[in-house]
Design a protein around this ligand. Structure first.
Ligand code: GLY
Length: 244
């Protein structure tokens, strides 16, 4: 019974996605290092859309020139418009970009966050004082700090529960945390877990974020998948092609 006098026709965008995330106090902008997300559930970008099954940083989907173009032509105009509307934006502004085959930079979406699971990869590379940065973004500092980043590559693999994204099953015990965490460069972030009777159990759709650093993406990926293979819970699902 829906009726409308409006039809919106949108351009179909084909290309490679990149997540451009900047820190801003409403006027000034410092970009975070590049990353990209893998949104489909299954290898090869098939299956249902998810909140993100993994990330890699740096991203080879966007060049430095495309990133600068996006800051000048997308990020700054958005911030200017928000100031003019009396609702200046402070914090982390996330532009989900589609880089078309001809090199054009298109906006798919904006988020007001550091991205999930982009944040996990970015925090493995961030070398500054996060408190100082957040204080500056609140508008309380004279300038934004210069951000320093490790030259390492990072791969983050999301371990999801059975039935995710439609009907995630919860309450299964997670095995292998200690062993997986002992691999060099690996840090495991908890996303949908809880502890019951001294044991970690699944408590959400995206359960664990397995991150690994490496001198290049290949090393980071090898370590991340070594750790992912050691982690077990009933029905665990994850992509095998993050960072490929
Ligand atoms: N990874 C996409 C998002 O945070 O929306």
């Amino acid at each position: 019974d829906l009726e409308s006098d409006k039809v919106v026709i949108e351009q179909f965008l084909h290309g490679r996605e990149a997540s451009l995330i900047v820190a801003t106090d409403g006027t000034r902008v410092v970009p975070l290092v590049s990353s990209h997300d893998y949104k489909r559930l299954c290898d090869g970008q098939v299956g249902p859309n998810t909140g993100g099954m993994g990330t890699v940083s740096p991203s080879n989907h966007i060049t430095a020139a495309q990133e600068q173009w996006a800051i000048d032509n997308i990020i700054h105009p958005v911030l200017k418009e928000m100031r003019q509307r009396g609702t200046p934006f402070r914090g982390f502004l996330y532009a989900g970009l589609m880089i078309s085959d001809d090199g054009a930079v298109n906006v798919l979406e904006f988020n007001s966050r550091m991205g999930d699971p982009e944040c996990q990869s970015l925090m493995r590379r961030y070398e500054g004082d996060l408190g100082e940065l957040l204080f500056a973004l609140s508008g309380s500092a004279d300038s934004l700090p210069k951000l320093s980043w490790s030259a390492a590559s990072v791969v983050c693999v999301v371990l999801a529960s059975e039935g995710y994204p439609e009907n995630p099953v919860k309450g299964d015990e997670i095995f292998g945390m200690e062993l997986a965490s002992s691999i060099p460069g690996v840090v495991i972030f908890h996303a949908g877990t809880t502890m019951a009777a001294g044991k970690f159990t699944t408590a959400g759709g995206r359960v664990l974020n397995v991150t690994a650093t490496g001198s290049d993406v290949t090393e980071a990926r090898t370590r991340a998948y070594r750790a992912a293979d050691m982690l077990q819970f009933r029905g665990v699902q994850f992509r095998r092609d993050i960072g490929m």
